[in-house]
Design a protein around this ligand. Sequence first.
Ligand code: CU
Length: 128
Amino acid sequence: MLRNNIIAIVAISFIAVGAMWGIGNLLNPPEEAELPNVEGVLLVARDNLFNGTNPDIHVKVGVPKKLVVVNNDFSRHDLVVDELNLNTAYLRGGQDFKTAIVTEEPGVYEYYCSLHPDTMRGKIIADP
Ligand SMILES: [Cu+2]
């Protein structure tokens, strides 16, 4: 009988904590939800490629574009754009880095991984 009561108390405690956590999330929505108009790009490093194809990234001059770099590989990777002062530093597998692409001049900017520049290389194209 006592044992059943203890189990019930533990179960109720879990429900209470869960409910508080849920309410807390409602009151403090993640930051992401406050920026619905920011367009973003996700680059996933895997098998020594970005997104499998090192895709072109199109941006407009003067309009920041959110960039998330995720390393889903076993080896370390980074993402560097020399002309834009963009550098994620080395990311281990499972790590990510959130930043923004900001351009002031139209043109083509190369992004690459400093550890695998031969296979992990693509273009950021900034249109006026
Ligand atoms: Cu790499």
